[in-house]
Design a protein around this ligand. Structure first.
Ligand code: ACO
Length: 402
């Protein structure tokens, strides 16, 4: 039976809410979502306006500091980030130690965690100047670590950052460029990737952001908290979904492209197959980001010499699912990740880099949420209660008596 005492919290009651379906863990002034209406706003600004008219670093500034920057403020922010894009040589070397087939998300989280070892001058979560420099270092170095994790996986030499380029251009060059050949960044790829980063920049208390907050609530430093967030994002039900969507589309194609048969397998549920890229804990309507991503996918894929047949499979899947009772009843719509993988693939990223791209986009949100929590005097260490369902009290028995 349940130990009743363990059910009693300080108020005399404990609420069991597996998966935090109805429980808010904090107050926040950063991101607003209305899942029923399909609305997403950062600091009050609608996501479609930001995706169309803003840029990733401007949105990062907005999320972290609360207001859109003036031209001078943005210029200063961008310059400060450019000053810190290099990794220390010792840090560059330790990428060599990882096995070639390491998942780049595992390398990324290790790299972020290692920043605590190199920048011990900025680990105090309550020192404003230290938090500021950690913020800039993280934003500046994550693309360099991400590109290194990719180069490591293909056995190519790494490239130093080129600070004459924009944030996203620099990342694309470090990822796809070679030391001996000049690399021309495709301006459409740079623009679309910047926009995808904007779309991913924050999403209130999702699994990885809640993880960043929970770890930070113990007063762990920003690098430690964000590396935990990267690990939370790794899973297929969260950031790993973009990778899982492409694997799913590939399997459908390999088995003859019968989309209806696949949808039947999902509905049948005996195989435990989910339609990846569909459904969302909060959106019970079309994910507003998915609409924007779908348009971008068309734009990028239509420019390819040989358009990707997986796009057709995705479009068919969406059409069939949106008119199928199973999905309609459960309010399952495409989420942001249904089409992002196709875009990343068209840009030349291997599937295993997709979640890394999500992490690059989500970074400002993690930082903003961590800073908001640290600045709030009401913050307490996160410590959920439980409902105990194990054995009642019993006496220890010697090993020869069991
Ligand atoms: N395919 C088929 N059925 C689904 C799907 C899906 N993708 N998602 C939910 N369902 C069904 C469930 O089986 C359940 O049915 P039931 O009530 O008959 O048992 C019902 O819809 C509700 O699903 P839950 O799992 O309770 O919903 P929850 O809010 O816990 O899960 C989640 C949300 C994890 C996103 C889920 O929809 C899912 O697994 N989707 C696929 C993975 C994915 O795309 N993740 C990315 C999320 S977005 C992001 O991280 C950016």
């Amino acid at each position: 039976g349940l130990e009743i005492a363990s059910l009693l919290g300080r108020t005399g009651k404990v609420t069991l809410d597996t998966g935090f379906v109805n429980t808010a863990s904090c107050t926040s002034a950063i991101t607003y979502i209305d899942g029923e209406a399909g609305i997403l706003r950062y600091r009050g600004y609608p996501i479609d306006q930001l995706a169309e008219r803003s840029s990733f670093l401007e949105v990062a500034y907005l999320l972290i500091y609360g207001e859109l920057p003036s031209e001078a403020e943005l210029g200063d922010f961008v310059d400060r980030i450019k000053e810190h894009t290099l990794l220390r040589e010792e840090m560059r070397r330790f990428f060599d130690g990882f096995p070639r087939d390491a998942h780049p998300m595992a390398v990324l989280s290790s790299g972020v965690s290692a920043l605590s070892t190199f920048y011990q001058d900025s680990l105090d979560p309550f020192d404003t100047a230290q938090v500021e420099i950690s913020t800039v270092r993280l934003l500046a170095k994550l693309p360099t670590i991400a590109a290194h994790s990719y180069k490591n996986s293909i056995g190519h030499p790494t490239l130093y950052p080129d600070n004459s380029l924009s944030y996203v251009e620099n990342f694309l060059r470090m990822t796809f460029g070679l030391p001996t050949t000049p690399y021309e960044v495709d301006p459409v790829h740079a623009r679309v990737l910047d926009m995808l980063f904007v779309l991913h920049a924050d999403h209130e208390q999702n699994c990885s952001t809640s993880t960043v907050r929970l770890v930070g609530s113990s007063q762990a430093n920003l690098f430690a908290s964000v590396s935990a967030g990267v690990n939370a994002l790794f899973g297929p039900l969260h950031g790993g979904a973009n990778e899982a969507v492409l694997t799913m589309l590939g399997r459908i194609q390999e088995s003859g492209g019968d989309v209806s048969a696949f949808v039947r397998t999902v509905k049948d549920r005996t195989a435990g197959t989910r339609l990846m890229g569909f459904g969302h804990r909060v959106y019970r309507n079309y994910d507003p980001r998915a609409t924007i991503v779908k348009q971008a996918a068309r734009e990028v894929i239509d420019r390819m010499e040989r358009p990707d047949p997986l796009l057709d499979i995705a479009l068919q899947l969406e059409e069939i699912a949106l008119s199928d009772e199973y999905f309609v009843e459960r309010k399952l719509y495409p989420n942001v990740d249904f089409y992002t993988g196709l875009i990343y693939k068209a840009m030349g990223f291997p599937t295993r880099m997709f979640t890394v791209l999500f992490a690059l986009g989500r970074l400002p949100g993690w930082i903003a949420q961590w800073r908001e929590m640290m600045a709030d005097p009401a913050t307490k260490i996160g410590r959920p209660r439980q409902v105990y369902t194990g054995a009642g009290a019993r006496d220890y028995r010697a090993i020869d008596k069991r």
